[in-house]
Write a protein that binds this ligand. Structure first.
Ligand SMILES: [Zn+2]
Length: 160
């Protein structure tokens, strides 16, 4: 496969894994030219995993979109690209387990998985991500989310 970083066509597969529902294989690859690591998928075309939005519309599960959201939430945080990639892998695995019957997951459930995963990696980013992606009904709800993080953590939060 062509390396998305340098364009080289020579790569090796580092890890090959069948996803939870058994209908897709994910391969982690490393470019032999520049050592950039990327992920490829092999899946049955008509069994695409879908995300059901609030209004009922469906859109294909987009790993890249999740990865970008997570990256944005973890911007300038002490979290490595490897950690992000492994988190996105976990999110994808869990989503496929939750949605294996109908090959789909509710956008809200997916959002919860992402939020939960970010919370495990970095609490500051969790709050940032929560405020951007979650539609808090009111301030109380937002405060409750923050309190869930544990009062002991608040002293380590970033001050702006
Ligand atoms: Zn490369």
């Amino acid at each position: 496969m062509r390396c998305p970083h340098c364009g080289n066509f020579d790569d090796k597969v580092i890890e090959s894994r069948t996803l939870a529902n058994g209908e897709a294989i994910r391969r982690r690859r490393e470019c032999n030219g520049c050592s950039y690591r990327f992920t490829s998928y092999e899946r049955i075309e008509d069994k695409q995993f879908m995300v059901v939005k609030r209004d009922g519309r469906r859109e294909p599960f987009d790993r890249l979109k999740i990865e970008k959201g997570v990256e944005r939430a973890l911007e300038k945080r002490p979290v490595s690209h490897m950690q992000i990639e492994s988190l996105v892998n976990d999110i994808e695995d869990q989503a496929e387990i939750m949605g294996r019957v109908n090959h789909e997951i509710a956008a809200k459930d997916l959002g919860d998985l992402v939020l939960e995963g970010i919370g495990k990696l970095d609490k500051v980013a969790y709050i940032r991500f929560a405020s951007v992606y979650r539609h808090f009904e009111n301030l109380d709800e937002f405060v409750r989310e923050i309190q869930k993080l544990g009062s002991g953590e608040s002293s380590r939060m970033e001050k702006k």
